[in-house]
Design a protein around this ligand. Structure first.
Ligand code: ADP
Ligand code: MG
Length: 463
């Protein structure tokens, strides 16, 4: 019928507009490199903030003692304590807990959010087991992983530039997030000092380096997306502070805010952005990360329902609800290998309230998931290529063959196998066989928690 032809036309157009041939990805990578230079040259020089992390030394393995970490970055936050045993001991013991953040707190007041966190921290401190107590007369120390754009003013202070990933709390913006947490801890009777404030990418980089000396960058693919890497201090013109002894500085790129005319943007992306909590911002993140992939798929389905009656004469009402289709559900549908696409059928029924679908329609849905996930995966590979190029590791000098390890973490990378495989395969293709041999993607499972604790240790008040 002509309805079906219309559905196919929408699918075809989506596929064309989302195309990511290698040439285009190279343009994206080059644009990323250019923006990195611009962001390092001057404050506000680029959409990429290229934030100075104040981490000029990564973990060496000598760190020892009891340290806490708190990771606030998306829908959950994690609290962690570790006992570090120095070179010989490594991570001797660790305990953690995960607490979800009630959605209303993501758009409430600063005090409410930080009180909630401090309360959870108080409860966690109360459960210290044998061997995980601080030494007598020593205050507990914490590495605070805060995965939003922060302008650091020192290793343990920084002001929030803006919220992302569905958080929107006016009164936090422009304030020092460590001061907010410290006040809340005081209100809740937690005697603890924040000795390091780190982005999750920086934490992941630190955690990655602790286990593997060849780690040079970290990328997060979770609710949002971001990257950090080790830069030469001489390559940061905007840095006017003291020259670090190591000659290096970790840069938090805040790459989620990257945008470029080379990005394959569709009408769905434009509408998603316009209706988001942060229009005009985090454009790259909105094409790649877990918070948004399912939502893009929903928008395509909506259009097919409206214009091609994909699900019958009326548009199913649930389908019109923003963010109802989450990326984990999209991922389950995408990975459905049953001949009659059972999983797709049950997700449509349970999540979107669409009961009877034909196999033909379910196949279209898998195709849409594939187009959107592949585009995100390819674009993240291009971003990684941009970092590798910035560091000159795409063209090692004659005779040199450095290994570059990139620590990857985040729920999207960890759980969305097709996304991960596409990202890794595309990066290999972009690099070519020879160079690809020296570039390793390594899953750094919850490296950011351990990383924050390690940085808390190396910046302890007792050193
Ligand atoms: P955060 O980024 O909030 O710190 P995570 O790194 O744990 O947290 O990532 C969580 C995100 O990962 C979720 O918001 C979701 O988008 C994505 N995710 C989790 N599980 C899956 C899955 N099975 N398939 C696809 N994406 C997933
Ligand atoms: Mg996280």
């Amino acid at each position: 019928t002509s309805k079906w032809a219309r559905a196919m036309a929408i699918l075809k157009e989506l596929d064309d507009k989302c195309g990511t041939p290698l040439g285009k990805l190279r343009q994206v990578a080059d644009a990323m490199t250019v923006e990195m230079h611009a962001g390092l040259a001057s404050e506000g020089g680029s959409k990429l903030k290229m934030l100075i992390s104040f981490v000029d030394n990564l973990p060496t393995g000598d760190e020892h003692g009891l340290f806490y970490a708190l990771d606030l970055g998306g829908t959950n936050f994690r609290v962690l304590r570790v006992k570090l045993g120095g070179k010989e001991g490594g991570v001797v013991q660790q305990e953690f807990d995960e607490v979800s953040i009630p959605p209303e707190l993501m758009v409430g007041t600063s005090e409410q959010l930080f009180d909630y966190i401090a309360e959870a921290l108080a409860k966690f401190v109360a459960t210290e087991s044998e061997g995980l107590h601080p030494e007598p007369n020593r205050q507990r120390e914490l590495g605070f992983t805060f995965s939003f754009p922060v302008k650091q003013t020192s290793i343990a202070s920084g002001t929030l530039i803006r919220w992302t990933k569905g958080f929107s709390i006016e009164d936090t913006v422009g304030g020092d997030v460590v001061a907010e947490l410290t006040k809340a801890m005081k209100r809740k009777g937690v005697d603890m000092r924040v000795t390091a404030l780190v982005n999750d990418t920086v934490g992941t980089l630190a955690g990655g380096r602790y286990y593997d000396g060849e780690v040079i960058a970290a990328v997060i693919l979770g609710t949002g997306t971001n990257a950090a890497y080790v830069e030469r201090a001489t390559a940061i013109p905007k840095w006017h502070g003291p020259y670090p002894k190591s000659g290096e500085m970790v840069i938090n790129m805040e790459w989620g805010n990257f945008r470029s005319s080379h990005l394959p943007i569709t009408e769905y992306d434009i509408a998603l952005d316009e209706e988001s909590l942060n229009p005009g911002e985090q454009i790259y993140e909105k094409m790649i990360s877990g918070m948004y992939l399912g939502e893009i798929v929903r928008r395509v389905l909506c259009k097919m329902a409206e214009e091609a009656s994909l699900f019958g004469d009326t548009v199913p009402s649930k389908l019109t609800t923003p963010f109802i289709l989450r990326t984990p559900d999209m991922s389950s549908m995408h990975h459905d290998t049953s001949p009659d696409l059972k999983v797709v059928a049950s997700k449509l029924k349970d999540v979107l309230g669409i009961p009877n679908t034909s196999l033909k329609v379910r196949k279209v849905i898998v195709d849409i998931c594939d187009i959107i996930a592949s585009r995100g995966a390819c674009l993240s590979a291009a971003g990684i290529l941009g970092i590798i190029k910035k560091l000159g590791r795409d063209a090692p000098k004659q005779g040199e063959n450095p290994k570059s390890v990139i620590a990857l973490d985040g729920g999207l990378f960890e759980h969305y196998a097709k996304f991960r495989e596409c990202m890794e395969d595309t990066l290999k293709e972009l690099l070519g066989d020879e160079i690809a041999e020296g570039i390793v993607i390594k899953h750094s499972n919850d490296g950011s928690g351990i990383g924050a604790a390690l940085l808390a240790a190396s910046h302890s008040q007792y050193l």
